[in-house]
Every structure is written in C-alpha cells, then in structure tokens.
Design a protein around this ligand. Structure first.
Ligand SMILES: Nc1ncnc2c1ncn2[C@@H]1O[C@H](COP(=O)(O)OP(=O)(O)OP(=O)(O)O)[C@@H](O)[C@H]1O
Length: 555
C-alpha cells in the first residue's frame, strides 16, 4: 500500500469549501412515517417524579454554600427556555435522588422522592382520572425518560449542562465524579463524539461479557443515550439486559438506574435495522418510559428565524413548492473546487497517473468487512480534511466519523526523505511513501474534545484491514468508472482515516454547521430535512443541485 504525501499549500479554498460539504443521499421525506413516529412517541407520555425536601420545597440545593441551586443554574444556562429548564430539573432530581441513596448521604441530605406529577411539557392531554392513576403507579419510580424535540432545540445542550451541574455538585459534596458518574452515550461513534460521550455498545459491553464493569459503574447515578433515533430495537433490549447485569439488579428495568433517551424520530433511522418506534413487541420502549420531555424552542436558527420556521414546517408537514423555490435560490452549481473530490475527478487523476499506479491496489474500490469504504491510497497535503473510519478511542473523540486535518507523517527511524518515491498525479510531482516506511500519521482533531484554540495533535498507527477489492481488468488503457472489475479478498495495512471531501448526513446529525455545501440529494428516509436542519442560516447553505419539489412536497 502506498501513502502519498502531497504537500500543496495553495488549496485553502478547496479545504474550506469542502469541510462543510455534505454528501446527502436519498429521497423525499415520508410524511406518514414521520407523523406516525411522533404520535407513537407521544403515546409514551406518563408521568415524572421529582424531588422535594421534607418541608415540601422543590429543588433548592445549596451544598456547603458554594453551589447555586438547580433553578439558578438553569436560569443562567437556559435563559428563557422553560422546556429546557424543566427537563434539566427532572434529570438533575433523578440524579441527586440516586446519588444520595447510593452514597448513603440520606442522613445529612434531606432529599427523597415524595411527589409524582404529570409532565408539564406534554402535548398529549389525558383525563384527570388517568393522570391520577399514572401518578400513583409511578410514585417513587426511577426516571426512564425521553428527551425529544426537533433538531436544534437544545437536547445536547441540556445533556451537557446536566453533566456540568453534576460535576459541580459532586465536587461540592466531595463525591468522585468521572465518566461513569453520568454515562453519556450514543449509538454511533460520530454522534458520541459530538456530546463528548462514548458509544452505547462500548460503554455497556455489548460485545463482551460483563466482568470488571461492575466495580467501575458503582458510582453511576444517571445514564444517557443520545441520538436514540439511530438505535436498533434489539440494541436497546440488550442495553436493558447489560445494565441489569452490571448493576446486579435483574428485577427493575435498566437495573433501577435513572436513564434518559434523547433524540428525534423525525431524524435518521439506524442503517439496516428496526428503529425503536417500530418496536411493537418490545416492552423496553413501549412500557418502560415514564417521562416525556419535549423541547419546543429552536435555538440553532436563532440568527435566521425564518429559516428555522421553514424547517419546522418541513419537519411537520413538508415543503410547499414556493418554499422549495426559495431553498433552490441557494444553488451555486458545479463549482470547480468541488469537482476535485468527486469520483470522476478521482478517475481522471488516476488516468493521468496510470503508468505508475496501475499495478497498485490504489485503483481498486476497496470495502472492509463492514462494507465501509477504505482509501488504499491516501492523497495528503498539509491541512487535508480527513475523517476517522474506526472507533479508536471514542471517549478521546477519536471515533468513526470524527473530522481531523492532516499535519504530517512520522517516518520509521531508518527512513528519510531520500527514500521517497516521486510519482506524478494530475501533473504534480508527488512524494510517495509506502506504509511500511511510516510509523504514524499526525492529525489535528477538529471534532469534539478540542480544548480552546489549541491544536489537538494525535498520532494514528496503521491497522491491518481485511477487505474486498474490485480491481479494474485488464490493466491496460485508461481506467474509468465503467471499467470492468474483478473482486478479490485482500488484506493490507492502512491508517484508520479516509479523505473527507464530503461527509454523509448520518455522520453529521446533531451538529450545528454555519456553512454547508450539499453535494447531492438523497430523498430516502428524512435525509433532506436532517441535512437542511444542520445549517444555522439559509445564507450559509450552498447547493450543487436543486431540490426536487415533487419529492419534498406537503401532504
Ligand atoms: N438555551 C439556549 N440558549 C442559547 N443557545 C442554545 C440554547 N440551547 C441550545 N442552544 C444552541 O443551539 C444549538 C443547537 O443545540 P443542540 O445541538 O443541543 O440541539 P439538539 O436538539 O441536540 O439538535 P439535534 O437534534 O440536531 O441533535 C447549539 O449551538 C446550542 O449551543
């Protein structure tokens, strides 16, 4: 395998333009599915429990005089958003309840669950009798909540603020706080990175036997599963089982630990599996939920409220022809600087360099055992956007889908620049080095755990990849998209990165992006809505292709 280090300083425009580029794949939103999802969600509404002190006062928590109470803290972080404040309060009450119970602090603390109440943020109204019944049933119940709301309403913001508050509270109480105190997870690596969490499967030992975890999780007072629209039904059932094993409590759902699922079923579903809202026979989702928290104010579009309103309509009913026309004013066409990263350009580039690259697997389409594309030949220059294609260290934000920039390579001790081969690609003389000569790849992480303006440079080591490669045959003449290919199973070494000219919407869900270039539309599932709702303003949106109004229209 070869790794070609191409140091071209003069591509800032390419880099900037393509950093936000999204390869949006699929079709018009299925309004029926979307509505069904939301209705199903609302059916889960039951009640919430909250904590009051022995005198009946709610929430004032002053520890050693150093900590603001929950409401003051919420006031600072959520300003006018009452839904966020309420959701935060519910989560923190559940956290504190368990913290006091588990850390035997009940003697010095005055906290206990004494009241059940109906959710204040429910859309679905129930009769008084029903409310009363549910209130009684859920008296003293652990929190099993669903924090929902459209993309940008601040679900992740509430989670992050809850973690901040919990950290301060633990510090003030002299209680240990680490990544197990509130276990923040998401079903995919990319989603986990955006909330500084870890994958649900990794945290709860989905693929291994529960062993040492029991000790580690002794200080867990709240579990969070973000971007739950990505979760498979089967995985949530497994999560229930694993948490029961870890906490050695098979009698209560999720081992008796408070748990909050967060997400929006109007966004993307898991790839190749059943999403939770289709879980007719799974009690984990249908029966266990006892709190529904819905956020209704969108903050992502604070700078362009009209854009936010249009997207809200898109989520609920679809787009009118007029609205599609407005969005299509953002079409900028096939900009030259985009073309460079496309398959066609890739083929052209390869054709020009055919003399050198022919015998190389660099010509092959390579997919690993999980059907993920792997770049057998990395074309790199200083600042080249890359994405990590493997969950290396999710807690450290080196997760599948995380974006980074190429900074350099660390050569093996006996190798020097003299050993580089020079090849010609697209008219450039390019230094080319084999992976066997390179010790590690230096990249600057751009996603997640970045501290301030400082660069976060990490070293990536090569990995052995088992893959299926489609080689062009015969190895003569120019190679094009339509060249005949033969499939072979191969293994090779490569760094766990791909070139990131564009990213799929799946990898971006949950982020706020100021400048977004949409490379191609894919109208399946809810991808168009999710893609558009990443962009904070309409001015920041650039389209290479117009939207098709017949595929996004109102019902
Ligand atoms: N109360 C608030 N005041 C100001 N800004 C806020 C507030 N809540 C959220 N935001 C900002 O709004 C943006 C979107 O928030 P966030 O990413 O938490 O939304 P989300 O509901 O998790 O979205 P998604 O469904 O796409 O994951 C972020 O930039 C966040 O900082």
């Amino acid at each position: 395998m070869r790794l070609s280090a191409l140091f071209l300083g003069a591509i800032p425009m390419l880099q900037q333009g393509l950093m936000g580029a999204v390869l949006c794949t699929v079709l018009a939103i299925s309004q029926k599915i979307q509505k069904r999802r939301i209705v199903n969600t609302l059916h889960q509404l039951q009640s919430i429990c909250r904590i009051v002190d022995e005198n009946g006062h709610i929430t004032d928590i002053e520890v050693n005089g150093t900590l603001k109470n929950i409401r003051d803290f919420a006031e600072i972080h959520f300003s006018e958003d009452v839904d966020q404040k309420k959701s935060f309060e519910i989560m923190m009450c559940a956290f504190i309840d368990r913290l006091y119970k588990e850390s035997n602090k009940s003697a010095e603390g005055t906290w206990k669950v004494v009241e059940s109440m109906e959710p204040s943020v429910s859309k679905k109204r129930k009769s008084n009798d029903e409310r009363e019944k549910i209130g009684k049933v859920n008296y003293h119940k652990q929190l099993i909540g669903f924090l929902s709301g459209a993309g940008g309403t601040g679900k992740s913001h509430v989670i992050k603020t809850a973690c901040q508050y919990a950290q301060k509270l633990c510090k003030a109480l002299g209680v240990k706080f680490d990544k197990r105190t509130i276990v923040v997870t998401a079903p995919t690596g990319a989603a986990a990175v955006s909330i500084n969490g870890e994958t649900t499967a990794g945290a709860f030992a989905f693929k291994r036997k529960v062993k040492d975890e029991q000790e580690e999780f002794k200080i867990t007072y709240l579990v969070i599963v973000d971007e739950v629209s990505f979760a498979f039904v089967e995985d949530m059932e497994l999560l229930n089982e694993k948490i029961k094993q870890i906490f050695d409590n098979p009698w209560e759902p999720f081992g008796g630990v408070p748990i909050v699922f967060s997400g929006d079923f109007a966004q993307l579903s898991p790839v190749g599996g059943r999403p939770l809202y289709k879980s007719e026979h799974s009690i984990v989702w249908k029966e266990y939920l006892n709190a529904f928290m819905e956020l209704r104010t969108n903050h992502r579009f604070d700078k362009d409220v009209n854009w936010g309103a249009m997207l809200g309509r898109f989520r609920d009913v679809g787009l009118s022809t007029k609205e599609v026309a407005i969005i299509n004013t953002r079409v900028v066409g096939n900009l030259r600087f985009h073309v460079r990263g496309t398959r066609r350009e890739y083929c052209n580039m390869k054709r020009k360099a055919q003399d050198i690259i022919y015998a190389d697997v660099g010509e092959a389409h390579v997919e690993d055992q999980c059907n993920k594309r792997r770049d057998p030949l990395l074309k790199l220059y200083y600042g080249r956007p890359l994405y990590i294609n493997h969950n290396e260290d999710v807690a450290g934000c080196v997760a599948n889908g995380a974006i980074c920039e190429f900074r350099g390579v660390k050569l093996k001790p006996a190798v020097s620049q003299k050993d580089f081969e020079t090849i010609i690609i697209d008219g450039y003389h390019v230094n080319c080095v084999s992976i066997t000569q390179v010790d590690s790849l230096l990249v600057n992480m751009l996603d997640g755990c970045k501290g301030g303006n400082k660069e976060t440079i990490i070293e990536l080591s090569p990995k052995v990849i088992y893959a299926s490669a489609k080689f062009p045959v015969p190895f003569t003449g120019p190679i094009t998209k339509n060249s005949m290919r033969t499939r072979r199973r191969i293994s090779f070494e490569q760094f766990p990165v791909n070139c990131a000219n564009a990213r799929t919407v799946h990898k971006l869900q949950g982020r706020s992006i100021h400048h977004l270039v949409v490379s191609a539309w894919d109208y399946t599932d809810n991808r168009v809505y999710v893609c558009l709702s990443l962009c904070t303003t309409m001015k920041g949106l650039f389209l290479r292709e117009p939207l098709n109004p017949s595929k996004t229209k109102e019902e």
